[in-house]
Ligand binder design. Structure first.
Ligand code: SF4
Length: 76
C-alpha cells in the first residue's frame, strides 16, 4: 500500500499518467486536470487529489510519477 498525491495546480493534463497507470489516474472533467480514480481516491478537490493504492499498482504509479513532466505526482 502506498499513498499518492496529484498536484492539480501544476498538472498540465499531458495524459502521460493516464497512459502509464490507467487504473489509478484519469481526467477530472471539472478541472481539466488529473484525479485519482475510484476505488483508490481518498480525497479529491480543486487543488489536489489524494489516494491509497495497493502494492500491485505501486510500480506503475512510480513510473508515472517519474515520467510526469511537471513532477505533479508524489508517491509516499
Ligand atoms: S503526467 Fe503529470 S502533468 Fe501529465 S496529466 Fe499526469 S499529473 Fe498531469
Amino acid at each position: 500500500m502506498a499513498r499518492v498525491r496529484v498536484d492539480k495546480d501544476t498538472c498540465i493534463a499531458c495524459g502521460v499518467c493516464w497512459a502509464l497507470a490507467p487504473d489509478v489516474f484519469e481526467l477530472d472533467p471539472a478541472t481539466g486536470k488529473t484525479r485519482i480514480r475510484e476505488p483508490y481516491v481518498k480525497s479529491d478537490g480543486e487543488k489536489e487529489s489524494i489516494g491509497e493504492i495497493p502494492d500491485d499498482l505501486v510500480e506503475a504509479v512510480k513510473n508515472a510519477a517519474s515520467s510526469c513532466p511537471t513532477g505533479s505526482i508524489v508517491v509516499e
